[in-house]
Design a protein around this ligand. Structure first.
Ligand code: 5GP
Ligand code: MG
Length: 162
């Protein structure tokens, strides 16, 4: 089921159910730029939450000296609220190796100490290299190493596998 508008509302509904089951009524959303930022904005609206989501800017580079993996590069982030004791929902478009989320958690804990962190992603693909799993995902895809989920959004939202 890859109708992206449908995926987006599926994610919102699954997140709503998860938060309710945990008794979380005032979550603070943080989207990872750029793909996670507009999904976080959609979730913020779908869940009727006041204010704006925070954003983190994390990308990866491969330095010539590291033989394994990619190194995270964290750029200035915008988290316009105090995260101490908050229930955070970390939002990204695609979860793959888990390295982005690992870096995002480090960054969040540099800002403060949340009460909890939930991970919500639109697409969970295989290929994890770290013990990171999504708490909610709209869909799960098994892709070849040379395949990529192309997501364009938000208006209109499109999803293709290349
Ligand atoms: P990871 O750090 O888990 O390997 O990769 C996750 C990050 O890379 C996400 O922020 C996501 O935007 C990007 N990414 C990884 N695989 C894909 C993919 O197949 N499609 C898209 N659009 N982004 C991907
Ligand atoms: Mg990304």
């Amino acid at each position: 089921m890859l109708d992206p508008e449908q995926l987006s509302s599926t994610l919102a509904e699954r997140l709503r159910v998860l938060l309710a089951s945990r008794g979380i009524t005032a979550p603070a959303l943080i989207g990872i730029r750029s793909g996670g930022a507009w999904i976080a904005a959609r979730l913020q609206a779908a869940l009727d939450l006041p204010g704006e989501p925070g954003t983190l800017d994390i990308s990866f580079y491969r330095d010539d000296f590291s033989r394994v993996g990619l190194d995270p590069q964290v750029r200035p982030s915008q988290i316009p609220f105090d995260i101490d004791a908050r229930d955070i929902v970390l939002v990204d478009d695609v979860l793959h190796t888990g390295r982005t989320i690992r870096a995002a958690l480090n960054e969040i804990f540099d800002y403060g100490r949340p009460r909890s962190v939930v991970l919500a992603v639109l697409v969970e693909r295989d290929g994890r290299e770290l013990p990171v799993q999504a708490d909610v995902a709209a869909t799960r895809l098994t892709l070849g190493a040379d395949e990529y989920v192309r997501l364009d959004g938000p208006n209109p939202l499109s999803l293709t596998i290349q």
